[in-house]
Design a binder for this molecule. Sequence first.
Ligand code: MG
Ligand code: MG
Length: 256
Amino acid sequence: MVTIKTEEEIELLRENNLLVSATLAEVGKHIAPGVTTLELDAIAEEFIRSHGAVPGFLGYGGFPNTLCISVNEQIVHGIPSSYALKEGDIVSVDCGTVMKGFYGDSAYTFAVGNVDPQVAKLLQVTKEALYKGVAQAKAGNRVGDIAAAVQGHAEANGFSVVRELVGHGLGRDMHEDPEVPNYGMRGRGPLLKEGMVICIEPMINLGRKHVVFEEDGWTVRTADRKPSAHFEFAVAIRKGGADVLTDFGIIEKAIS
Ligand code: MG
Ligand code: MG
């Protein structure tokens, strides 16, 4: 069931997603060769709790940590570990919060130092694909308009779109209806209505689209072990366009 949020609820969702953005900025400041993904997780948990919220992923479906941290060929749902980041890695950090009864959920893929030019292009194109999707997220359009925009941009640049994992509605639950795939056809799928809040989260692979679900029960990686990028915005649907609840500006300021 798709829920329509009141203005008050949208502001609570904005508060959560701005805290997620600030957390990702804090994590981003610490991303460097030699840092372990568990260290990043601890920084995020401390930051979220010190701002009066609770980590949204910790314990969700049994997930053991605050952040999903997915390095290189890992697409999403990576479990923080003693792995130390290396120059040239890319690291997708997905973060959730719960505060005042609502969830925040956003993700950003960071480069560790200098990365291969083709990998840098993957990051750039995935972020652009997110923005192209967001441009379609307005009342009167359909979910397929978002999906087709994301897929079109990724594939036009020679990359591929993960099929098994999709965006979603966001509210009192982290995963609400509708599903928001990153592939599909314009004009198809559920109608977007004013007051819906959705997460748009392209997962784009440098190589082929196929994925493997690892035996840890969480991590999803590319079948060909080529890198994958992931960027996620929470947006409220308005008549004139998307009201973006996530702020990449503070993340990019923190890492520049
Ligand atoms: Mg997420
Ligand atoms: Mg999400």
